[in-house]
Design a protein around this ligand. Structure first.
Ligand SMILES: [Mn+2]
Length: 263
C-alpha cells in the first residue's frame, strides 16, 4: 500500500482537480480506452495504463465502481486518481453507484476505511462528490456507469448541475439503471430492488434527442466482460476480476467503432 502521506496528497489534489470538472464531461478524443467496474481489482487498470502509455490512444475513461468487493480497493482508487493527476486532460474518471458511503457499508470498502483516519475518510467522500456523472466523446458516444435516466431528456443539461452526494432519484438512475429487453421504455428494477430498467425504445429516443449514436456503460457482470446490445447502440463492459475467475475486458473506442480488448 502507498505511503499515507501520498494518499492524503493524492486525495487532496484530486478533489481540487475534479471539482473543476462539470457533472457532464465533453471531449473530442478520437481513440480511447474504456474501462468498466474495477471493484478493488487491478488487472484491467494495469492493462489500460499500459495501452494508454503506448501512445496509440488519446485518452482513457473509467466508468466508476473503483471500490468494494475486491482485494485492492484503496489501491484501485489511488491508482485511478494518480493516473488522473498525471494526465488530467486525458483521463476521465466517472462516478459509479459504489462511490457512495452507504453502499460501501454493505460491500466492503467501509471495512477498509476503518483502518484509516477520519480525515482520509472525509476526503474520499469529497472525491466521490466531485467525480463527474457522465461523459460524451466526439458528440456521439455517451459514457455512464449505469444507464440513461427516466428523468433526463436533454443530457447536456447535466453540464450545469452542481455535483452533490445528496440523493436525487433522477441523478441516481444514471448510476443504477440497467438495460433490459423486457420493456420498451422504463420500469422498476426488480433485480436491484430499486431504480429502473430501460428498454431499447427509451435509448433510441434518448440518442435521437441528444444526437448520440452509442452508449457505453458498465455496472453489470457480463460473460467475457463485454456485451453488445441492440445492434451496437449499447455496450456493457465489465473489467473486474472480483466476481471469481471470470474473463474480463476493456474497450477500444475509435471514433464510433467499439472493439473488445480481452484480458
Ligand atoms: Mn455498479
Amino acid at each position: 500500500m502507498q505511503h499515507l502521506g501520498d494518499l492524503l496528497e493524492t486525495l487532496e489534489s484530486s478533489i481540487k482537480l475534479l471539482s473543476r470538472e462539470p457533472a457532464l464531461v465533453e471531449k473530442s478524443y478520437r481513440r480511447i480506452i474504456v474501462v468498466g467496474d474495477l471493484h478493488g481489482t487491478l488487472t484491467a487498470l494495469d492493462r489500460a495504463k499500459e495501452l494508454f502509455f503506448s501512445g496509440n490512444y488519446d485518452a482513457v475513461a473509467f466508468l466508476g465502481d473503483y471500490v468494494d468487493r475486491g482485494p485492492y480497493q484503496m489501491e484501485a482508487l489511488y491508482e485511478a486518481l494518480s493516473l488522473k493527476l498525471e494526465s488530467p486532460k486525458e483521463v476521465i474518471l466517472l462516478r459509479g453507484n459504489h462511490e457512495d458511503e452507504r453502499i460501501n457499508y454493505y460491500y466492503g470498502f467501509y471495512n477498509v476505511l476503518m483502518r484509516y483516519s477520519n480525515e482520509i475518510r472525509d476526503l474520499i467522500l469529497d472525491v466521490y462528490k466531485e467525480l463527474p456523472l457522465a461523459a460524451i466523446v466526439r458528440e456521439k458516444v455517451f459514457l455512464v456507469h449505469g444507464g440513461i435516466s427516466s428523468g433526463i431528456e436533454n443530457i447536456r443539461s447535466l453540464a450545469h448541475l452542481k455535483k452533490s452526494l445528496v440523493y436525487d432519484d433522477t441523478i441516481m438512475e444514471l448510476l443504477w439503471n440497467d438495460p433490459s429487453d423486457t420493456v420498451d421504455y422504463f420500469s422498476f428494477n426488480f433485480m436491484r430492488g430499486g431504480y429502473k430498467i430501460f428498454g431499447r425504445k427509451a435509448l433510441e429516443e434518448f440518442h435521437k434527442i441528444n444526437d448520440l449514436k452509442i452508449t457505453i456503460r458498465s455496472h453489470e457482470y457480463v460473460l467475457g466482460g463485454f456485451l453488445k446490445l441492440w445492434n451496437g447502440m449499447l455496450y456493457t463492459v465489465h473489467s473486474s476480476t472480483a466476481y471469481g475467475p471470470a474473463s474480463i475486458a476493456i474497450l477500444d473506442l475509435e471514433e464510433e467503432n467499439v472493439e473488445r480488448v480481452q484480458l
